[in-house]
Design a protein around this ligand. Structure first.
Ligand code: 4AD
Ligand code: MG
Length: 495
């Protein structure tokens, strides 16, 4: 008896209808074959005898049009089906009579899976502002814009792994919790299990971190670079792709407190090899997006044109796909920081006081406005700046012979500014130690990093690509909060 019951259940499970993804349905040539689709209603409109439903399941940007004949499907079944509701529909694919789509589904059977009260569902079929959608981040995946961005994000993640894998790199996981400050900038989130209301104190009345979880202060990592260097000095070519955390209080459209970074690190590489790799990688990713994300890019391009239509012509950005192709075809300009400062200092822009931060002397840190001026106004091409003053860069960068500059490289992109930051690393033990002392980096704690310079040290280099900066560039979006599903920024940690 029991056996019969299970056999019956099993056969029922097997009979479960197979869902056809809308992506497949839209490409299908199998007319007259019955299929079942499931998804969320984007719009519904009725004419005399028919109801049209635009259904989206996220597999592709396009909707499938469902055509329900009121002669076949009773009004009371269709009337509670509103925008946002999840439904299941079975029917035959037929060539579409209407314009705008090749095929549509002639509905035989339709069923509600989860309704959405039209008086409460926030995403009505009209244009919502990006700011409004940020407050509805739990639902914004259901908009065309965030669907496109999510699919593009996925494609870029996949392409990054493919690029490095095909080149013989090994992916390594670097720690998320760490006791070292990789960038030496002190912009870290502390990780502790101590009771903040009742901190244990030492005899000297300072916090007793021996009682903390790790027995010493710990933080969320700002970069996986230092650990990636350790692996590169054994496996030659490695890369990390992980979350990084920065507690800098920068409330800009380019900064997140939690973002994802890709950090290749390569032994026997100098700064020139490093620049070649960065340029090749960025172009590979652009080519990949153009080839595999054409529909989503076409949508994002239209979105950008729409968004900018009220801007003056000279303030509008280049059309998205044209911009991607343009960067693909341009050799990146490679100049030193010193040359860049000369260009900026002597620019009319600077002389007329158009920079918020005027460029007066060698040594100043470059702001995003300066980076964008070089890329967008002066060279009109991506630029790689090298050999920055040592005082504005991290301790691990290789010192040049001039004793003043380091072998740093920043890749600057139109509309973004810095998309990549990297360098050749200091491989000389004594010089590295000296830089650490000068910059008050706690070198005792970083004995493990220093030891790699004692045992078989070699020249090596690497860089960090900010994944969300890449996404800004690829998608034409303007605010970094709109290219990551759940942005974390100062005073914002909802969802
Ligand atoms: O220039 P950064 O600070 O370099 C490093 O962290 C090095 N350890 C990388 C390396 O050499 N392995 O950061 C690298 C990139 C930046 O160029 C930028 O694209 C991105 O990370 N980035 C941010 N993206 C979003 N929000 C922030 N707050 C970011 N800070 C840096
Ligand atoms: Mg940087």
């Amino acid at each position: 008896m029991i056996f019969c019951f299970f056999a019956y259940k099993l056969s029922l499970n097997r009979q479960k209808v197979k869902r056809t993804e809308i992506r497949q349905a839209l490409l299908s040539e199998e007319f007259e074959k019955e299929i079942t689709v499931m998804g969320w209603i984007r719009t519904k409109r009725a004419s005399k005898n028919v109801v049209f439903i635009a259904l989206n399941d996220g597999s592709v940007i396009h909707n499938l049009q469902l055509v329900a004949d009121l002669g076949k499907i009773p009004e009371h079944v269709l009337s509670p089906m509103h925008t946002g509701a999840a439904i299941k529909a079975t029917g035959k694919l037929v060539p579409s009579a209407g314009s705008g789509q090749r095929v549509e589904l002639s509905v035989e059977n339709i069923e509600m899976l989860g309704d959405a009260n039209p008086n409460e569902y926030p995403l009505q079929p009209k244009k919502h502002s990006l700011e409004f959608l940020r407050e509805k981040a739990h639902l914004r995946f259901r908009t065309n814009t965030f669907g496109a961005i999510t699919r593009l994000r996925h494609a870029m993640i996949f392409a990054i792994h493919k690029f490095f894998n095909d080149k013989g790199f090994y992916n390594i996981h670097t720690p998320i919790i760490t006791t070292s400050d990789a960038e030496g900038a002190g912009e870290m989130f502390q990780v502790t299990t101590l009771d903040l209301e009742n901190l244990p104190k030492t005899q000297d009345a300072i916090v007793d971190y021996k009682k903390d979880f790790f027995g010493k202060p710990a933080n969320l990592t700002v970069s996986g670079q230092l650990e990636a260097e350790l692996a590169a000095l054994a496996l030659s070519k490695v890369y990390t792709f992980g979350p990084t955390f920065r507690a800098e209080n920068s409330n800009t459209s380019r900064h997140l407190a939690e973002f994802w970074m890709i950090e290749p690190e390569v032994a026997f590489f100098d700064i020139h090899d490093n620049m070649d790799l960065a340029e090749e990688m960025l172009k590979y990713l652009i080519r990949y997006a153009l080839e595999f994300c054409a529909d989503d890019l076409a949508f994002l391009s239209k979105r950008l044109i729409e968004e900018e239509k009220n801007k003056k012509a000279e303030d509008r950005s280049m059309e998205l796909i044209e911009k991607l192709n343009f960067v693909l075809e341009s050799p990146f300009i490679r100049i030193s920081y010193t040359e860049a400062v000369d260009i900026l200092k002597n620019s009319n822009h600077n002389k007329k006081g158009r920079f918020v931060y005027p460029v007066e002397s060698w040594g100043v840190d470059l702001q995003s406005e300066h980076e964008r001026y070089l890329v967008e106004k002066h060279f009109k091409k991506p630029v790689i700046l090298t050999d920055y003053p040592k005082d504005i860069k991290a301790f691990y960068m290789k010192l040049n012979e001039d004793g003043k500059t380091v072998r740093a490289m920043d890749v600057l992109f139109p509309g973004i500014g810095e998309i990549i930051g990297g360098s050749q690393r200091e491989e000389d033990y004594d010089k590295l130690m000296q830089r650490m002392m000068e910059m008050h980096i706690p070198h005792q704690q970083m004995w493990w990093y220093l030891e790699t310079r004692k045992f078989g040290t070699v020249p090596h280099a690497g860089y960090g690509l900010g994944f969300e900066r890449l996404m800004l560039f690829m998608s034409g979006m303007n605010n970094i909060r709109d290219v990551i599903p759940f942005p974390r920024t100062p005073l914002n940690c909802e969802f």
